[in-house]
Design a protein around this ligand. Structure first.
Ligand SMILES: Nc1ncnc2c1ncn2[C@@H]1O[C@H](COP(=O)(O)OP(=O)(O)OP(=O)(O)O)[C@@H](O)[C@H]1O
Ligand SMILES: [Mg+2]
Length: 348
């Protein structure tokens, strides 16, 4: 397989910038997840890498080879599209063989590759069938099988599981991850599903409005979001962002002191804290708050509280009963705090 380098890639449509100076290196065999909200430029970036859209600026290199102006065929990239296309008038076998036949591979090679790909995706018994007799999940497997049968250096997958129901999606997610580890492929996998991103990626590249926000292993993206966008996007619930005033090195919410280590400089600050990193007690000190909503979720309860610093979500033990309207005090666990600049939104 291969290393993929994306150097300062820009893609504009008229005066709209869909991909804004993206700089990203994906080492050989890495499973990189590209995550971001709808419209942030994920598919556009993937199409540019595949050579389906010319870039406005920047370079794309595969193993050091500049392919920026190469035709899609000369890039040795295979792609599974967001609206995965299987050809209804072709059998599953011919669908999987499609890219190989276009490469004019000998018949034996096509046969071996198609059967191997079908075997890996557990669809061997479907090879003679036509797509209209397959379920959505089976069709999705055909699209993935086609992409891995093709002799590619880099695999690009644009939301390959988006058309599946939740259970099938979870199954396929685990299967695909195992499959790509086995294939030792270099993969960019696009999703806007953060659970998929956290569970599948070696690293996650978080994108917003055409720009990369953070590129890190899943656990770092979860524990240390680089800015308030990532903090607000990753995790369910996302990171609480609490308005705090620091004076003389002491952080306060509405005059109530918080005992935290590592506080930033004086002035208004945003304190980021995950719901599971807050202790809840019936008395001061802490951030005084009132329970607005209490949701029992089985493994934990999720409380939504209002405070002078804003709305705060807290996860509590399922045995811990708090009722709506109750006054509580919330204490962020000191070494779990994150600090953000309220103006720029970037981490301190
Ligand atoms: N050919 C085009 N002409 C003009 N604007 C385009 C074109 N293709 C994409 N865009 C715009 O670029 C932005 C990024 O689109 P893109 O399809 O890359 O988003 P995405 O991150 O893949 O979103 P989704 O998660 O919904 O698939 C969108 O605002 C889209 O409208
Ligand atoms: Mg898309």
């Amino acid at each position: 397989m291969a290393e993929l380098r994306i150097e300062n890639v820009v893609k504009t449509f008229g005066d709209f910038t869909a991909v804004d100076d993206v700089d990203l290196t994906i080492p050989d065999r890495e499973f990189m997840v590209l995550l971001g909200p709808s419209g942030c430029g994920k598919s556009t970036l993937l199409r540019a890498i595949a050579g389906l859209e010319p870039v406005t600026d920047g370079r794309i290199l595969i193993d050091g080879r500049d392919v920026t102006d190469a035709s899609p065929r000369d890039r040795k990239i295979s792609m599974v599209f967001q609206s995965y296309a299987v050809f209804p008038h072709m059998t599953v076998f011919d669908n999987i063989a499609f890219g190989l036949l276009r490469q004019k591979k000998p018949k034996e090679v096509v046969d071996t590759r198609v059967r191997h790909a079908a075997d890996l995706l557990h669809i061997t018994e479907l090879l003679e069938r036509f797509p209209n007799s397959l379920s959505g999940g089976q069709r999705q497997r055909v699209a993935v099988a086609r992409s891995i049968a093709y002799d590619a250096d880099v695999l690009l997958m644009d939301e390959p599981l988006s058309n599946l129901d939740a259970l099938l999606r979870m199954e396929m997610r685990a299967e695909l991850r195992a499959l790509f580890t086995e294939l030792e492929s270099t993969v960019i996998y696009v999703t806007h599903d953060q659970v998929e991103a956290l569970s599948m990626g070696d690293r996650i590249a978080v994108m917003n409005k055409g720009s990369l926000q953070q590129v890190d292993p899943p656990i770092s993206v979860y524990d240390k979001p680089a800015n308030t966008f990532v903090a607000g996007f990753i995790g369910n619930p996302p990171v609480n962002l609490i308005e705090v005033t620091v004076s003389g090195g002491v952080p306060r919410v509405d005059g109530q002191e918080l005992s935290l280590s590592d506080t930033p400089g004086d002035g208004p600050q945003l304190l980021g804290i995950r719901s599971e990193n807050i202790e809840i007690t019936a008395e001061a000190p802490g951030i005084e708050a009132q329970v607005l909503v209490a949701e029992p979720l089985g493994s934990h309860n999720l409380l939504t509280c209002s405070s002078a610093g804003g709305t705060i979500k807290v996860s509590t033990h399922p045995d811990h009963k708090n009722s709506v309207g109750e006054r509580v005090w919330l204490r962020p666990i000191p070494d779990k705090t994150l600090w953000y600049d309220p103006e720029s939104g970037w981490g301190r």
